[in-house]
Ligand binder design. Structure first.
Ligand SMILES: [Zn+2]
Length: 209
């Protein structure tokens, strides 16, 4: 893997490209940030995550004010500031419109069917936040509130947002979620999944302990 220090602009550029190249941030959708000792480094508004360079990353404070950089920060900056405010253990956040995941966010289906052991372990209860106007403070506050109980939140008719200690962890969480979504869609085409039983779920959860 390419070398870079975690929590830097290079870190953001590396995972942004991975996100785009995996089809998880079409066109100029999505935004990505890390918490640093000086503030929050966040992708600029209206840029494609695959085509960003260091100038497309802006340093903002925890109220969303620009501290460094010529570009406008992502319009969803308040979603990021609210989550960092609430969760001291979260140092990296990705908001994505990944189509497979967003299909769940647009429908009345949660991503919680016990179809594979890894999904039982990691995606037991992913909440879905209500729809609010994108980039509004109301969306930021309401969606961030779900981070009291979850590291990943579906956003009704919009997308998904996930946080962790590092961008690598967030990326893997979202990539796994997308794998769940794809697997689930596949099972629907093939006539539906055979679900893992309650007894088997208990066994899997015991593995985690
Ligand atoms: Zn969005």
């Amino acid at each position: 893997m390419e070398y870079f220090e975690v929590g830097t602009k290079k870190d953001i550029l590396y995972w942004s490209k991975r996100l785009y190249q995996k089809g998880m941030s079409p066109a100029t959708s999505g935004n990505i940030s890390v918490r640093t000792k000086d503030g929050i480094l966040i992708s600029a508004s209206g840029v494609c995550l695959n085509d960003m360079d260091e100038d497309d990353i802006v340093l903002i404070d925890f109220d969303g004010n620009v501290l460094e950089g010529k570009k406008k920060p992502s319009s969803e900056k308040f979603l990021h500031t609210q989550i960092y405010d609430l969760r001291e253990d979260i140092n990296a956040i990705i908001h994505s419109h990944c189509p497979y995941i967003t299909a769940f966010a647009c429908s009345n289906k949660l991503m919680n069917e016990p179809i594979m052991p890894e999904f039982v372990l990691y995606f037991d209860k992913i909440p879905k936040a209500k729809y609010y106007l994108p980039s509004s403070m109301q969306l930021a506050i309401d969606t961030a509130n779900y981070f009291k109980t979850s590291d990943t939140v579906l956003m009704q008719n919009h997308g998904v947002v996930s946080g962790a200690n590092t961008l690598q962890e967030v990326f893997y969480a979202l990539e796994s979620l997308r794998a769940y979504a794809e697997t689930y869609f596949g099972t629907q085409v093939l006539g539906g999944a055979k679900k893992i039983s309650k007894k088997q779920i208990k066994e899997i959860k015991n593995l985690k302990k």
